[in-house]
Design a binder for this molecule. Structure first.
Ligand SMILES: Cc1ncc(COP(=O)(O)O)c(C=O)c1O
Length: 477
């Protein structure tokens, strides 16, 4: 008889017990006890195909399911519940819930948890497209506010408290929540304490999309949980070392939202077969942070950032973005005089350096838990060698996108109306049925329910757009 593959087994026990503190240990315990599997997954720990992926045997061994030792994500009570408690202790949250549906799923759940009996959601122009998905699912109407814009670099930056506050108090009673993105894709952080105080005065919950800031030590006025936000979303795969698709939805200590309501919202979006590879990677990342201390990752990333800036100093023509407010060291946006950002991106890729994205007139480089001093030295050496074709000494001003197009229907109404596909030129003036938010960074250019503006032609959008049928624009309603 062929048994299931078992792990080399760090300190595993052959008897089933509920004493495992870490998920990896619970899985090792389970594997050492199980002689034959008659449950999902169908690979039974024995990979098919024989190719390179099948050689990664341990991936399959850790790909288990809900079993007596491995707990259940939708209503955790054992090892996963302990993991949630450890995470909450690390970030000083009231509760921290696990997402295997990315920061996207956690953000949608955050909005849904705040929705009952409200009509509107206060959102920034640089929100992630998952917020638009949340509008479709919740039926809420978007109320837009404009963060600051860098016309020198061509991207949204931190939140301007005045424009935030004006929209907040104009719509206060009708708002389910207000959303802030901090750090932004370029790394700008906002004064969350100030925004959170405004939200408290208006009795509106504050959701902070901190997907790009899980590595920031949870202190001061610019991190969501320390600064009094109600719900904070951390991606664990952008700057931390967990597997892609992992995230946390934290509930702040002062939040007026019941934990059960947040878990129910998260469960609405949850597969009934959450991946234990993802969950184990969360547990291991947290275990590392507990061992290293909460400041260590931020310190490491700050040191790497400084190292790069020092090495770049002599590199002719290299310019890095410096935020006017607070800036996060894991995000480095740079450009080279005379070299268009797309060309810089391609030249780096040709040398084996793959940046995160082209962003405005620069290229975004992300540091993370796995970054090393060698990566930085290699990058600096390559930048020194790049030739820029034109000796230009200035950058053209980049204007902000035009104001949000008129919202004729709510995103939910538009998404569920009968619709048709039209070539972009023919779709102008019609009501959008889909969101268009090119990735990265996934910020919306067009939202369901908006009148499609002529400016859409200036974006490299798909050749055809989905529009609501027989809904020519009335101008008002
Ligand atoms: C600001 C922001 N929020 C949320 C997300 C969604 O994160 P995830 O890919 O983990 O779903 C992203 C992804 O790029 C993002 O940039």
């Amino acid at each position: 008889m062929t048994h299931k593959a078992t792990l080399p087994s760090p300190g595993s026990s052959a008897t089933q017990s509920n004493s495992a503190h870490f998920l990896a240990d619970a899985i090792v315990d389970h594997c050492s006890h199980e002689k034959a599997s008659f449950h999902t997954p169908g690979h039974k720990g024995r990979p098919a195909g024989g190719g390179a992926f099948a050689q990664a045997q341990e991936i399959f061994t850790f790909d288990v399911t809900e079993l007596p030792l491995t707990d259940e994500l939708s209503c955790p009570s054992a090892v996963l519940f302990e993991l949630e408690k450890r995470i909450a202790a690390l970030w000083h949250a009231r509760h921290s819930l696990l997402s295997v549906n990315g920061a996207s799923g956690a953000l949608i759940a955050a909005v849904l948890a705040c929705t009952p009996s409200k009509q509107k959601l206060l959102i920034p122009r640089n929100c992630h497209r998952s917020i638009i998905q949340a509008l479709v699912l919740s039926g809420l109407e978007p109320i837009w506010y404009e963060p600051n814009w860098s016309s020198c670099w061509g991207f949204w930056t931190d939140v301007n408290p005045a424009s935030f506050s004006a929209a907040l108090f104009e719509h206060g009673q009708q708002l389910a929540a207000a959303v802030v993105v901090s750090p932004t894709y370029a790394g700008d952080t906002s004064n969350i304490e100030q925004l959170s105080n405004l939200c408290r005065q208006a009795s509106v919950p504050l959701i902070v999309d901190e997907a790009h800031g899980a590595h920031m030590a949870s202190t001061g006025t610019r991190t969501g949980l320390a600064a009094g936000a109600d719900l904070v979303v951390h991606s664990l795969h952008k700057t931390l070392g967990a597997l892609t698709q992992t995230a946390i939805l934290h509930i702040g200590t002062g939040a007026q939202i019941e934990t059960g309501a947040v878990r129910s919202a998260l469960n609405l979006l949850l597969t009934s077969s959450p991946s234990y590879l993802l969950l184990t990677s969360i547990d291991e990342t947290i275990r590392q942070m507990e061992a290293d201390g909460s400041l260590s990752l931020q310190t490491k990333i700050s040191e790497l950032n400084l190292q790069l800036l020092k090495l770049l100093a002599p590199a002719r023509g290299v310019e890095t973005y410096v935020s006017a407010g607070g800036s996060d060291p894991a995000h480095i946006v740079l450009r080279i005089k005379g070299l268009p950002a797309k060309d810089l991106f391609l030249q780096l890729c040709q040398k084996g350096i793959y940046p995160e994205a082209v962003l405005g007139s620069g290229v975004l480089l992300l540091l993370g838990q796995g970054s090393t001093a060698c990566d930085i030295e290699f990058l600096a050496a390559v930048l020194e060698q790049l030739e820029s074709p034109v000796a230009r000494t200035y950058w053209p001003t980049i204007l902000p996108p035009p104001p949000a197009a008129p919202q004729i229907l709510t995103p939910r109404q538009a998404a569920f109306e009968p619709s048709e596909m039209l070539p972009v030129a023919a779709a102008i003036g019609r009501i959008a049925a889909d969101c268009f938010a090119p990735c990265p960074p996934g910020t919306p250019v067009l939202v369901p329910g908006q009148a499609i503006p002529p400016e859409i032609l200036s974006f490299s959008c798909p050749p055809a757009l989905r529009v609501v049928i027989e809904s020519p624009i009335q101008g008002e309603n």
